[in-house]
Design a protein around this ligand. Structure first.
Ligand code: FAD
Length: 363
């Protein structure tokens, strides 16, 4: 991985660099040909549809592109679930997590001291880079929920706060999928599985057991101590003196589309609501990345305050924003987001959603 550049031309270059066939063969491996596009998709700089159109332009056979398109569809699916279930995604969705020993986060996970070398290394990298491989996210979530018996919500908030691609839909719903509260079965992986996909050869860890043992496994001593999420945020200072009551586009943590109403005359405001970041804190690294990405939008003005404060300066008939579950209290004109296909709605499972979407998506 070559870090996460923030200039739009570098991001578009990253889209051009994707390798769908290599992706299909290797995505589950640490060194697999994954795209590293999620931070840009989650921050709303690019859309899944934009990536899809690039994949089509490569004129590859469907057998080479299906896996990547399917993963992009997972993203659209979680967004649809969030859109329809709204704040229900913050609680156990389909069934209650069981057993639950604590409502906190294993200290050994926060401190990257679980004793599973590949996991500890990946957690250290998460702090340094703001990224973690999908398969490793599944291992970490399984350790927290299904081995340490922590309820999924607090560890999910911890991981969300550190990921540059932090997205409450993809994040919380994936944690629920691992914890079995939004899936038919809990996800667990043993040391052999980690060794295979993360090129390690460790033995004798608490995960070095046959799968049948997970059912009756006691919480290992190393995971018994827990800690709450500690996330202190300081939002940047921003003067609001220059804002006018004029046609205004609202950008935020989930919408930094540099081409939105491109070339048109608008006041462009980056809204940072303290109440939102208090509820869903993110690291300074994530905040800096987000602010750097916003400089792809010419003349954007940062507004730190609640929506109502912005609305007291700019009247609702002048405000335009993109549809998103985090914008439910905004007033003004709502514009649609871009999706990969016309398949939308509250599907009971990804595979029901995919069965319908793939007819449109796999050309
Ligand atoms: C516990 C857990 C937490 C997660 N938290 C987040 C999160 O906060 N934000 C986030 O964007 N993704 C999250 N994911 C999904 C997935 O891990 C990331 O989207 C992916 O690892 C991002 O890396 P990439 O862009 O290189 O993905 P690639 O493998 O290259 O995939 C391409 C794109 O497809 C989408 N995608 C791929 N896998 C998934 C998936 N499993 N679910 C949804 N979309 C997917 C992403 O938009 C990604 O950018 C989480 C998964 C798990 C298991």
């Amino acid at each position: 991985m070559k870090g996460f550049p923030t200039k739009i031309n570098q991001i578009e270059e990253r889209i051009r660099g994707i390798q769908p066939a290599a992706y299909s063969a290797s995505r589950n491996y640490k060194a697999g040909a994954v795209t590293y596009l999620s931070p840009y998709i989650s921050r709303g700089v690019i859309s899944t549809r934009q990536v899809l159109l690039h994949i089509y332009s490569l004129n590859l056979p469907p057998s080479h592109t299906e896996k990547l398109i399917q993963e992009l569809a997972w993203r659209d699916y979680w967004q649809q679930v969030w859109l329809h279930k709204k704040d229900e995604i913050f609680q156990d969705l389909k069934s209650s997590q069981s057993p639950v020993a604590n409502l906190s986060i294993p200290k050994a996970v926060i401190e990257a001291k679980t004793g599973i070398e590949a996991v500890d290394q990946a957690i250290k990298e998460l702090y340094e880079t703001g990224y973690m491989h999908n398969h490793m996210r599944m291992y970490v979530a399984a350790i927290c929920c299904n081995i340490a018996q922590s309820h999924w919500l607090q560890p999910a908030r911890w991981m969300y706060s550190l990921l540059l691609d932090g997205d409450l839909g993809s994040n919380h719903l994936s944690w629920q999928w691992v914890a079995g509260t939004n899936s038919s079965k809990k996800y667990v992986a043993n040391q052999d599985n980690i060794n295979k996909y993360f090129s390690s050869d460790q033995k004798g860890t608490f995960l070095d057991v046959p799968y049948a043992d997970f059912e009756r496994m006691e919480v290992p001593d190393i995971l018994k101590e827990v800690k709450p999420l500690e996330a202190r945020m300081s939002l940047p200072y921003a003067s609001t003196n220059t804002l006018k009551d004029a046609p205004t586009l609202i950008y935020n943590y989930y919408n930094l589309d540099p081409y939105w109403h491109g070339g048109e005359e608008f006041q462009r405001v980056l809204l940072l609501e303290p109440s939102f970041f208090e509820k869903f804190p993110v690291s300074q690294k994530c905040l800096d990345f987000f602010l750097d990405l916003s400089s792809n939008i010419a003349d954007i003005q940062v507004f730190v305050g609640e929506f109502d404060e912005l609305n007291s300066i700019v009247s609702s008939e002048h405000l335009i924003y993109k549809e998103h579950p985090t914008n439910s209290l905004y007033k003004g004109k709502e514009e649609p987001r871009e999706w990969m296909s016309s398949v939308q709605g509250d599907y009971p499972s990804f595979f029901a959603f995919w069965k319908k979407s793939k007819k449109e998506l796999l050309q």
